[in-house]
Design a protein around this ligand. Sequence first.
Ligand code: ADP
Length: 768
Amino acid sequence: DQFDADDGSKYREITRLASPGTLLETTDEDAQYLAAVVKTDGGYGLAFADITTGRFLVTAVDDADAAHAELYRFSPTELLPGPELSNDDTFLNRLRERLDATHTLRPTDEFGPARARHRLREQFGKETLESIGLTDRDSPAVGAAGAVLAYVEETGAGVSAAMSRLQHYQPSDHLDLDATTQRNLELVETMQGGASGSLFDTVDATASSPGRRLLREWLTRPRRDRNELNRRHDAVEALAAAALVRERLRETLADVYDLERLASKATSGSADAGNLLSVKQTLATLPTLEEAIAGTPLADSPLAAVLARPNREAAATLRTELDEALREDPPKTVTQGGIFRTGYDDELDELIERHEELEGYFESLAEREKQNHGLSHVSVDRNTTDGYYIQVGRSVADQVPDHYRHVKTLKNSKRFVTDELEEKEREIMRVEEARGDLEYELFQALRERVAAEAELLQDVGRAVAEVDALASLAHHAANNDWTRPELTDGDALRVEAGRHPVVETTTEFVPNDLYLDRDRRFLIVTGPNMSGKSTYMRQAALITLLAQAGSFVPARSAEIGLVDGIYTRVGALDELAQGRSTFMVEMQELSNILHSATEDSLVILDEVGRGTATYDGISIAWAATEYLHNEVQAKTLFATHYHELTTLADHLDGVANVHIAVDGDPDAERDVTFLRTVRDGPTDRSYGIHVADLAGVPRPVVDRADGVLDKLREEKAIEARGSGNGGSGTTQAVFDLTSGSFAGGENEAEQAAEPATDGSGSSSEAAT
Ligand code: ADP
């Protein structure tokens, strides 16, 4: 099968169980994670291993949502659910909806912490668990890691040796991005599915697959750590300013091979001579990259430190060794010679020399026989059944000398052998076998030598990938006029002339400003359908995310108070396609945001309450706004078609209105022009009916709808609770839907608290 070594079965027999998470010969350049998730009373433990690169990460999280978010981030190809979860359909089905991972059940005891601990110590060294900060509290994480390792050992024939480092990460080092948000923001895949049009697809200008893998990781796991982000921004800035050097770097990077993966192949014994040559060539790019930046401003940038990180002496030594060993054009098989340079091994050289002499003997034999015995039509050849023979044309076959022994008659010729020929044949067979054995032995030793440097290869691979990812970000920034964001620990999010990173590549984009801080933390975004509300809000989220991935951002200037998470709720079309109730999904998502977001988070709400009757919907939107503003205090952008909500700005301190301007009076004329410009203040009206009009809904229906809307507004009122400075929950004002304004007073508030009439009843009225 595909795991059979190309070495040929004569030398080794590899039988492996193929499973999606333990495939070594993948052609997919994306990371290929095998994951395990374990649940205990204390929370969830997660482990992720990519056997093709040797990456092995573990973490622990508190709840199922967080576990889902991590699983979605890593997008494993295979998942081993722990004993508590293997029957948890809620957990697993939710995952299945979002992830294309094969679920593989493993014996319960493989997840046991004691056994796992033992296994991990064997693999990574005695003190590993302590040194990476895994304590007894993290037993679910340890259990998950142990189960992954056991599975790799069982199925992966030797690849576990490439996993030399266990990394323990804290989800809190990264931006909180729940699974829904990762999808809504179309980071690596659009809502329709498919990579094209995603953020990653747009900004990716990497030259190598390891660079691509790393860039994708940066975008899906943005950071909170200002130092790390400033380091990336410094490098991107320096690279963006040095176009020529950057191009030289990118040219060099285009020649690099995937060292992390080559390390795994060497370790598992499946690397061929070509792979070792690729290792050599890629190691050689390290000094080339260093030379390219030497004497340029980049030499003082963090890029220099990235390139200096791997042990360069060890890398140079290994490269020299490989260079001395390998010929430039090695064959695909490792058993047929031609791998090593002359001078690499004396014994091999002797065997090769002797082999060539013998080949020379056979090559010139026909000529000699012709001359010595006066034969015309003679050739010397070899096949598998007869070995070497002298073939003589039929017409002269009776003129052969006596010492020729006849072995076979063909239609037009006869075949003969001689004692000397047989002796030379035995010798060449001996030499060939000895040469093959020796060459294979030498090759294995060389491969083991490379395997022993797996960690070095991973370091170099990682450094080169980082240069690639940084150069890619710089390339995109320079070509699209992106700017370096200023990161602060404050609350402000100030974007001057911001653009949507994806939409701007295909559209004449109208830039917009954005300003949020503690005193202006909640923006209600109104405007007609299709005016650009979602684009504006996503743009805010993506600019923040890009900044915290280490990238420049599409804006004239940007000040980003670092956020701890981005939460989004947007239209749920795809959920509907999956047969889940839209409104239920909407409310689950809202619930998750209200529970998880903090005052340091950024929240994007694109319509809330649309999936239910009008008065239900408006009530929920209203209450959610108050809660987010008063309790959570997250920075929030909320697009709503409930025009009524805009009045909240007058009563809640941190709430402000913006709207997307349109030109033309929708009442007077049919064409409005979308200006795409965001302005302060609410829209002057709700445009829903206008859009119906635009869409060609018959005039009597449009007019009737106007009338119905007026009717719906009669004598209904809503109170605004809390004002942000304290949020005591006392009644501040009563909003009268009839007049469209607030009328103060406790008593009226009581009246207003009547249950809202059922909006769906009213809409059936509209249909008559
Ligand atoms: P809404 O959420 O108000 O319905 P969208 O954000 O979906 O509107 O935008 C509608 C269309 O307008 C999209 O095709 C989008 O590409 C385009 N658009 C939005 N904002 C801008 C802008 N600032 N400049 C140019 N085109 C824009």
